[in-house]
Design a protein around this ligand. Sequence first.
Ligand SMILES: NC(=O)c1ccc[n+]([C@@H]2O[C@H](COP(=O)([O-])OP(=O)(O)OC[C@H]3O[C@@H](n4cnc5c(N)ncnc54)[C@H](OP(=O)(O)O)[C@@H]3O)[C@@H](O)[C@H]2O)c1
Ligand SMILES: *[C@@H]1O[C@H](CO)[C@@H](O)[C@H](O)[C@H]1NC(C)=O
Ligand SMILES: *[C@@H]1O[C@H](CO)[C@@H](O)[C@H](O)[C@H]1NC(C)=O
Length: 288
Amino acid sequence: MRRSLKLFVLGSITAALLALYLRGPTFNAESLKGSRVLVTGASTGIGEQVAYHLAKAGAQIVITARRGNVLEQVVKKCMTMGAQKAVYIPADMSEASDPEKVVRFAVEQLGGLDYLVLNHIGPSPFAMWDGDVEHTRWLMQVNFLSYLQMAWKAIPTLEQSKGSIIVVSSVLGKMCTPFVGPYTATKFALNGFFGTMQHELAMKKSNVTVSICILGLIDTDSAMEKVRGYTNMTAYPASEAAWQIITAGVTRQPEIFYPWYAYYSGLFKDWFPFFRDMVIRGFYHYEP
Ligand SMILES: NC(=O)c1ccc[n+]([C@@H]2O[C@H](COP(=O)([O-])OP(=O)(O)OC[C@H]3O[C@@H](n4cnc5c(N)ncnc54)[C@H](OP(=O)(O)O)[C@@H]3O)[C@@H](O)[C@H]2O)c1
Ligand SMILES: *[C@@H]1O[C@H](CO)[C@@H](O)[C@H](O)[C@H]1NC(C)=O
Ligand SMILES: *[C@@H]1O[C@H](CO)[C@@H](O)[C@H](O)[C@H]1NC(C)=O
């Protein structure tokens, strides 16, 4: 009896510590006041929510995406929410020179940069791969190569401010699922490349950190439209995902996971591959 009580107490303490650890770091939103942030893919979805959180905290923001008219509305809303400064620049990340142009614009507008939030993705069909290599090449430029161009261009100014690069990635950058070939390839590429960059910056004793955000299914319009009819998986709120992304950068976490299963799916995925693949295929509804 005494023994089981001891075990119970020990178990409870372990569970409490684990819960505390998994809850992750928190920070004072005041610290974002006046900070200079460039957010990509901020016309809709998670990027738009990142912009609103930053605005409420009194940050100075530059946002970008392709549609200037939509960005203009987001900028207006940011100003009413309390942003110290909010400007936009329309750009297409599939163009070779736009990624660097955007960083240059942000540094000029803000007089430097504290955070670079790399979040944009080009549209890609949610379907079995049909052999379209050209689309895959295009998506690699938009979702992956443009991230490298922007990060490299921003590093000198981030060195000065001891800033951070925040990379928005996905569970699909760690685990394979059907219908997302080109997309998952770009996310695996991001995780691999920026993982290397984390090592190299640390070895160079750089002032800059890289945070990689591993997200599960989030309830943005574009994601919901894609998975509709394919799966009944729960989608988590974009506003909360956006807050986790900001937290990752401010607290300089190398990697964060949202929601909770994003961490466990990566942790357990190689333990029982047969079982894993059965579960993954069971999630989707498909009639050949
Ligand atoms: N939603 C999810 O379930 C989910 C899950 C895991 C990870 N994520 C990640 O979270 C991030 C945001 O996802 P989201 O669902 O918020 O996406 P989204 O709503 O589709 O937004 C994509 C953003 O990228 C911009 N964009 C598209 N093509 C572009 C181009 N060629 N050049 C420049 N900008 C372009 C879009 O604006 P314009 O059309 O105006 O250019 C838009 O602002 C992505 O990195 C995604 O991989 C999302
Ligand atoms: C890091 O920042 C300090 C200023 O705070 C600067 O003197 C130093 O050169 C920076 N390091 C690098 C590698 O640029
Ligand atoms: C989702 O749930 C509905 C109702 O429970 C069901 O009819 C449908 O087949 C499910 N769809 C998938 C893809 O599992």
